[in-house]
Design a protein around this ligand. Structure first.
Ligand code: DGT
Ligand code: CA
Ligand code: CA
Ligand code: ZN
Length: 581
């Protein structure tokens, strides 16, 4: 989302996150009030800027205190309460709450008892065994926390931000600055444009002949927490959460060369530059030009530069120096899947699941509105506490879906389930019951700590079940928060191919699971199949499809390998085949 509502929603989320620390609880009354308000603002059609406090309070989910703060932000550009919280809880401290096992109470305890204010300080405290004597902790939690830090890659100098946090910031900046009359073109570049799952910093590039007002506006935006540099063509800021944003302005004629350079990666750039040198040219952020005459060969668009170097245009997601330049030179780039190729969504929840947010009919209508040819309704299986469906509920939902089918003549509705893979690969319900479904996803929702051998075994056993069509969110990781399960990936891929089980590419921006580096290995396995599914719990989440597709592209996944790009007939036959073979 962009515009003022997007800004307000992000600030309210930040208020919620910092209030967790202030209240020492992720569930306090105030935290829940802010989080409810985030949802309300996200769903509000009207601009919050045009609403009075009374009108805001009238919105379901917004209370008096939150309404006042929204108004304060609209009128003054900041919220005093938030500024105070930011001063008390710096980003390095907030980052600690991402580590599994470290709730807000513990983080404050570490700060107050041990003076720990960052991941590095926490590691030092762990090394000198200072955690084990604190109330509520112990040797075991000390080890567990140490392992989490290691596996999440939080150690070391450079802090990286999960893409789900960086992307809204970049979108907001592009929308705000892009509205200025001096801005001719604007694009975010760097790792974000390449769709890496974590972002070091955001790189924004503008084409303009009048850079100064753009720079002035940039360094005085409300989201700015610190100005690192303020020049005429290059500035840098730090925004809430400690994320750095670099802004560069170039002349419109140089925009293509600059976007290419700042999109990177460094490895891709180095290889491209070598290709230019081989032709007697130079390539830099301004242009591709003749090394001797300095005459410009190409600079306006990325495509023209690739073309001059005898290359097909390489999608940003592939620009990592993984052989994409050679593939572009020889015409062997993968035929990457696109969002428009997707014809079905095979992982969808409704309020029948405990964690579903939109009712079944609303979800079906939203799926139909997106023009899907087929959709799989996959509520949680009974083994998932609270959220799962009993057998009776499954039968009642099946009857309801039978009734609904007539309303959606252009969309095939599959009645499915998201089953839970037990520690030994067992599934919910029983075999006969499972064979009544049209489609089943099976996912790991528990026991994330088992050994690689046991995780691999349980996944393979689940895939061997004839009712299981796909494995949901393969590793279970939450980017920057929860490491994925350990698996023998090659064994899992081989079993997926031989059993005719698709591997889901889950579209949630905080999951992007299967991770792209694993996808690049999986895609080379013969007869491997993928399914790109949103795992929607709310009508709004169908829009996440684009993230799953971009992640698949980053993994070099081709359209032909993705079963939900297939026409309904072929897809349905493939899905039914596993049950009968
Ligand atoms: P990040 O920020 O760590 O997530 O990753 P990037 O790729 O966004 O890296 P960043 O922000 O340091 O630089 C943006 C792009 O600028 C990078 O992808 C390629 C280009 N670039 C930066 N430094 C160099 C360099 O030393 N040589 C070349 N050829 N390109 C560079
Ligand atoms: Ca960057
Ligand atoms: Ca940068
Ligand atoms: Zn699900």
């Amino acid at each position: 989302m962009t515009g003022i509502n997007g800004q307000v929603a992000r600030l309210l989320q930040e208020l919620a996150d910092l209030t967790k620390l202030e209240d020492g609880s992720p569930q306090s009354f105030r935290v829940r009030a802010y989080e409810k308000a985030v949802g309300a603002v996200n769903e509000m059609p009207a601009d919050v800027a045009s609403m009075s406090v009374a009108e805001l309070v009238a919105v379901d989910g917004i209370g008096k205190s939150t309404a006042t703060k929204i108004r304060e932000y609209v009128d003054t550009g900041s919220i005093a309460k938030l500024e105070g919280l930011r001063a008390s809880y710096p980003p390095e401290l907030v980052e600690l709450t991402r580590i599994p096992g470290l709730g807000p109470k513990t983080v404050i305890l570490l700060r107050d008892q041990l003076g720990v204010g960052s991941v590095d300080q926490l590691r030092a405290a762990i090394e000198s065994h200072q955690l084990r004597d604190l109330p509520g902790l112990g040797a075991r939690s000390e080890e567990k926390i140490a392992r989490s830090i290691e596996r999440l890659g939080l150690a070391g100098k450079q802090r990286r931000t999960p893409i789900i946090e960086a992307l809204p910031v970049a979108n907001e900046l592009v929308a705000t600055l892009g509205a200025m009359p001096q801005v001719r073109r604007i694009e975010y570049c760097g790792s974000l444009r390449r769709f890496r799952e974590t972002i070091g910093d955001i790189d924004i590039l503008v084409a303009s002949n009048d850079p100064e007002p753009i720079m002035d506006a940039f360094v005085s935006l409300p989201m700015v927490r610190e100005v690192l540099g303020h020049g005429t063509t290059k500035s840098a800021i730090v925004v809430s959460g400690g994320l750095q944003v670099d802004l560069r302005v170039v002349a419109p004629a140089q925009f293509g060369a600059a976007v290419l350079y700042f999109t990177g990666s460094v490895a891709h750039n180095v290889e491209l530059r070598q290709r230019a040198i081989d032709r007697g040219w130079t390539l830099n952020e301004y242009a591709l030009s003749d090394a001797e005459t300095e005459e410009i060969v190409a600079s306006r668009t990325e495509k023209s530069i690739y073309a001059a170097l005898d290359l097909r245009e390489i999608p940003p997601e592939l620009r990592e120096g993984h052989g994409e330049i050679e593939a572009a030179a020889t015409g062997t780039l993968p035929r990457l899947v696109t969002e428009g190729d997707i014809r079905g969504d095979l992982h969808v929840h409704s309020t029948w699941s405990g964690d579903g947010r939109s009712d079944l009919l609303a979800m079906l209508e939203a799926a139909a509105a997106r023009g899907l040819d087929y959709v799989g309704i996959t509520e949680h299986g009974e083994d998932l506490a609270i959220n799962g469906l009993s057998r009776d509920e499954v039968h009642r939902q099946r009857a309801l879906i039978d009734e609904y089918r007539a309303r959606f003549p252009d969309m095939v509705i599959l009645h499915g389930a998201e089953l839970n893979i037990g520690p030994d690969g067992g599934l919910d319900y029983d075999d006969d019951f499972l064979m009544e479904y049209d489609w089943c996803v099976a996912s790991v929702h528990s026991q994330f700590e088992l050994s690689a051998a046991r995780q691999t075994e349980r996944l393979i056993r689940a895939m061997e079940h004839p009712a299981v069509n796909a494995i949901g969110h393969l590793t279970g990781r939450m980017i920057g928060r929860r490491p994925g399960i350990d698996i023998d990936a090659e064994a899992v891929f081989a079993a997926a191919a031989s059993t005719g089980t698709a591997l889901e590419i889950n579209c949630h921006l905080d999951r992007l699971d299967i991770p792209a580096d694993l996808l690049r290995r999986a895609r080379t396995v013969e007869r491997i199949r993928f399914v790109i599914s949103t795992d929607s719990h709310h009508t709004r989440e169908f829009g996440n499809l684009r993230w799953g597709v971009r992640n698949a592209r980053r993994g070099w996944v081709e359209k032909r390998q993705v079963v939900n790009t297939w026409p309904a007939e072929r897809f349905l036959k493939w899905a039914a085949d596993k049950r009968t073979r």
